[in-house]
Design a protein around this ligand. Structure first.
Ligand code: PSU
Ligand code: MN
Length: 317
């Protein structure tokens, strides 16, 4: 896959220093103009301040870019309707047709893995949408997580989803969901969801050890679920109430497919008087900082984690 990797990112990878991938569907689709650019810049700065090199991923005029130039990020943030939402399945066509767009979690995981980046920060992963019985809508993010060896730091899955079904499907796909300092799945805007996790670790160093071990096992990715910062987090019930009416509006407006997530996020922003927006920007930055901490911890323990023998192979003495 032809990738254009920014020099700073290439050097960091060659020297085994910490690198954190960042997605851009949140810039091109997820957040309105203004907060989108502000959030993307804040994420890059947060990763840097924690000692990692940020690598913001997107497709620009058909070129897959790992580490956007500032002008490219500004262009993506402009909200041009021609800018696509690019998941894994859209990549080949976007490249052939020389399109420009933001990459979702699925495409960003795939591109990061190809570039040799193991840590990635986003707001919330996609998952199983509500109303599964009436309409099947499951994000390709979940399959990407099972396939590509990348640790995704997020505040859980977006609360617009069926979180219980999302956790079940992640289990079916053998993707571990590790709570960071919590035994409960966060629900994006809120630290709570009422859903218990099987695994949790206290902080970045322990998370890095689990990531390294999973990668050494030759398995796929994992979810590091970090509760949103308490200053801007919202109440679970409060969000549920806004969401109920937003879901109803989506149904009445016949919004389906990849337009669902951006539609719901925009409606929540209106209903909450901008509070969901502020929470979203704050948790994005928080996640980028933590992803950088895990990447830094991981870089210092490189080679430290015992190599796991392949199936059938005797362990080395
Ligand atoms: N979380 C946000 N805003 C977003 C997304 C997640 O707060 O815009 C994006 C991510 O890029 C995620 C995608 O991968 O939505 C999932 O979309 P879908 O459900 O169509 O797969
Ligand atoms: Mn979908």
């Amino acid at each position: 896959m032809p990738l254009r990797v920014r020099e700073e990112v290439r050097e960091a990878l060659a020297e085994r220093r910490a690198v954190v991938a960042l997605e851009t569907s949140v810039v091109a689709q997820g957040l309105p103009p203004g907060p989108n650019l502000e959030a993307a810049r804040a994420c890059e700065a947060a990763a840097r301040s924690a000692g990692a090199v940020p690598a913001t991923v997107a497709v620009i005029d058909g070129e897959i870019v790992v580490g956007l130039e500032p002008a490219e990020l500004e262009r993506l943030a402009e909200k041009n309707p021609a800018h696509l939402k690019i998941g894994s399945r859209d990549l080949a066509v976007a490249v052939c047709e020389r399109k420009t767009g933001g990459t979702t979690v699925s495409a960003t995981c795939e591109i990061a893995a190809r570039a040799g980046i193991r840590f990635f920060a986003t707001g919330g992963i996609g998952g199983v949408h509500r109303g599964l019985a009436e309409r099947l809508d499951v994000s390709q993010d979940l399959w990407a997580l099972s396939r590509f060896p990348v640790a995704v730091v997020c505040a859980g899955a977006k609360s617009v989803l069926d979180l219980e079904a999302t956790l079940e499907l992640l289990e079916s796909l053998a993707v571990p969901v590790i709570g960071i300092g919590t035994g409960e799945l966060p629900s994006f805007y809120s630290a709570r969801s009422g859903l218990q996790l099987d695994h949790s670790v206290p902080g970045a160093v322990e998370a890095a050890r689990v990531c390294q071990t999973r990668f050494a096992l030759g398995q796929g990715g994992l979810v590091l679920a970090l509760p949103p910062p308490s200053e801007s987090a919202l109440g679970f019930r409060e969000v549920e109430a806004w969401l109920a009416t937003a879901l109803d509006e989506a149904r009445r407006a016949s919004v389906v497919g990849k337009a669902v997530t951006p539609f719901l996020l925009a409606r929540l922003g209106e209903k909450s008087g901008g509070r969901t927006l502020r929470a979203n920007v704050a948790l994005l930055e928080h996640n980028a900082r933590f992803a950088a901490e895990v990447a830094v911890a991981s870089a210092t323990m490189d080679g430290d984690v015992a190599e796991v023998p392949a199936r059938g192979e005797a362990p080395r003495p």
